[in-house]
Design a protein around this ligand. Structure first.
Ligand code: ZN
Length: 257
């Protein structure tokens, strides 16, 4: 099931997206599916008649995982980490699909990173490997924007990874997906620049959730960005970037100085 958030002329609502590409409809849900389950209002729209917004604004946190693909660790000039390298982002970093992102004034080097994102469905702590599926609500696509210059100069990555607009998410949350063996691509101004597979992750989704939940209680709506394959590069004013994960969809954003 594909769960999106959208606006027409009123406040954002959740909906279930069905149909083939270009002919999708969205059926509005009652309230918040994270807390109220899937209950349709009976109202539906053509997808092209609504504007999608970020499928989730975490109430609590986004957790990033650095250097989780060996080829990306190598292109960054480092060894793959021995255990997951975690960082936190604020919920003000989240923007939705097709939303223009303002490149931050303090950086000359903002990079794109196409990633698979995991959306947590229930409160959990110390999740054992064999129970990870019980705590996952679904998966979406992320672009983990990174100010490389601030990443080099700052010991903590709060600015480099957490600036406003640094975490585009979307287009929706796919609730039925096996995260193993999915192609993940990044297309910059129409050119394919990242082409990896989730099977190349050093730490897979179950290991990440187990590891993270040993330190942090995870809440419904928390989002984990699982790392990016090789091919990262810089964004400029007027650029577009499309992150795509097989089985989910395409997250497209434009960038302006
Ligand atoms: Zn990343």
């Amino acid at each position: 099931m594909r769960i999106a958030r959208f606006v027409t002329d009123s406040d954002p609502a959740y909906g279930v997206v069905t149909g083939e590409p270009g002919e999708e409809t969205i059926s509005q849900l009652v309230g918040d599916p994270f807390y109220q389950g899937i209950q349709e209002t009976g109202q539906s729209h053509k997808l092209e008649d609504v504007r999608l917004v970020a499928p989730i604004i975490p109430r609590s946190k986004l957790i990033g995982v650095g250097k989780n693909y060996a080829d990306h660790a190598k292109e960054m000039g480092g060894e793959p980490p021995a255990s997951p390298l975690l960082f936190l982002m604020p919920n003000t970093a989240v923007v939705g699909p097709n939303e223009p992102v303002s490149l931050p004034s303090f950086s000359e080097e903002v990079s794109y990173e196409a990633e698979l994102a995991v959306v947590i469905g229930r409160i959990c702590k110390d999740v054992p490997l064999e129970r990870v599926n019980e705590v996952i609500f679904g998966y979406t696509v992320a672009n983990d924007l990174t100010a490389r210059d601030a990443q080099r100069t700052d010991n903590q990555w709060a600015r480099a990874k957490g600036f406003d607009g640094s975490a585009p998410l979307g287009p929706w949350i796919e609730t039925e997906l096996d995260p193993e063996g999915l192609r993940i691509t990044g297309t910059h101004n129409g050119e394919l620049v990242q082409d990896g597979n989730t099977s190349q992750m050093i730490f897979g989704v179950p290991e990440l959730i187990t590891y993270i939940s040993q330190a942090l209680t995870l809440l419904p709506g928390d989002v984990i960005l699982t790392g990016t394959p090789a091919g990262v590069g810089l964004l400029s004013d007027g650029d577009t970037f499309e992150a795509e994960v097989e089985g989910i969809g395409v997250l497209r954003n434009t960038f302006r100085a």
